[in-house]
Design a protein around this ligand. Structure first.
Ligand code: KG4
Ligand code: ZN
Length: 343
């Protein structure tokens, strides 16, 4: 079984071909550097470039995988959330391919793709599990009882974790994406240097909030001299990173380990799955791994390249949908509504 998957939810175009064992036969990608000139993604430009690249990348992926278009069994695309114009290009192209080949179309929620990116390297991942989805636009805890049956437990009330990294990097004078910059700076920093605030701290509150942190960092920076900031940028970055990551880890475990009696029989099955761009963060990976070992929980962490947006993750979720006979009609349109959801 072969799936061809397309990801165009933001400014990266990606096409992947995957077999039924989650093996990536090809993945071709193209990034849009033009947005750097504008300080952010310009949606209209993004969608126009997707039009120019999606067909070329599809040809390239087919050549790389050494498969013919008519041996593909289903066409998948990222359908939501994302920039509506960008999604429209990938979805329209996928539907046109599906129609012309007379093959089913599979609609994938981008965040479900991030979650099942874990299957590519760890095919033994099966529900029940608790997913922590941390990306540029989302911070959510999602409780899975079956592969395609889940409920969103909690989410951010304002900024997402990735957004907090990006905004704090900008406050400190660095470019986008801010997460990798803060991550790197923090390696030589003292995370206890500044006590930045942590919101929604009650034990049974599983929601997140990061806009107060952004304000706290802004106010802190305003009060210091330029030379003090330059001298301590590693320490400030490490302190901000801790204020983003520590609540993610604490709340994930608070939810997973609550109600121990009810979950006792599931003890051996307790699993945490990290998903999204922020899953690349070294502190998050380290703290999750350490706490998981302490509580006898298995934690699934994707390799760095599978944390980022790519079509292989869309293909992985599509394999699961294919196996569950979960296909979409060609009248389905993309939509930008946020959150992990079934389509
Ligand atoms: O999942 P993703 O590629 O895009 C969305 O679907 O939104 O995630 C992008 C986010 C950005 O906010 C970026 O700063 C963050 O992931 N990110 C990181 C790291 N690498 C990427 N955040 C923290 N540490 C990192 N190493
Ligand atoms: Zn993403």
């Amino acid at each position: 079984m072969l799936i061809l998957a397309i990801e165009t939810s933001c400014d990266d175009t990606s096409v992947a071909i995957m077999d039924g064992d989650y093996r990536v036969l090809a993945e071709s990608n193209s990034s849009q550097l033009v947005h750097n000139d504008y300080g952010g993604v310009v949606p209209e430009i993004a969608s126009r470039i997707h039009i120019q690249t999606v067909m070329k990348l599809t040809d390239k992926a087919l050549r790389e995988a050494q498969v013919k278009l008519d041996s593909i069994d289903a066409i998948a695309a990222s359908v939501n959330p994302g920039l509506i114009g960008s999604l429209l290009i990938g979805v329209s192209y996928a539907k046109a391919l599906a129609y012309s080949l007379n093959k089913p179309f599979i609609a994938v929620n981008h965040l479900l793709g991030h979650i099942y990116a874990n299957r590519i390297s760890q095919t033994d991942l099966t529900p029940p599990f608790l997913a922590l989805v941390v990306s540029g636009g989302h911070t959510e805890l999602v409780d899975f009882d079956k592969e395609l049956s889940f409920s969103v437990v909690s989410k951010t009330k304002d900024d997402a974790a990735g957004e907090a990294f990006d905004k704090i990097a900008k406050i400190l004078g660095f470019g986008y994406p801010g997460g990798p910059v803060i991550d790197k700076l923090s390696q030589n920093g003292d995370s206890g240097f500044v006590e930045f605030p942590r919101a929604l701290n009650q034990k049974n509150n599983y929601n997140f909030s990061y806009s107060g942190l952004k304000t706290a960092v802004t106010n802190y920076i305003k009060k210091q001299s330029k030379s003090f900031i330059d001298e301590n940028v590693h320490n400030i970055a490490a302190s901000a990173q801790m204020a983003i990551v520590e609540p993610l880890v604490r709340k994930t475990f608070n939810y997973l380990l609550k109600d121990p009696d009810k979950r006792k029989e599931d003890h051996k099955k307790r699993k945490i799955v990290l998903a999204g761009g922020v899953a690349a963060n070294s502190l998050l990976r380290e703290m999750m791994t350490q706490k998981a070992a302490k509580h006898d929980v298995r934690v699934y962490i994707p390799p760095i390249k599978h944390c980022m947006d790519n079509a292989s993750m869309i293909a992985a979720a599509a394999v699961i949908k294919y196996n569950n006979n979960d296909f979409a009609g060609l009248d389905l349109n993309p939509f930008s509504t946020k959150g992990t959801r079934n389509i």
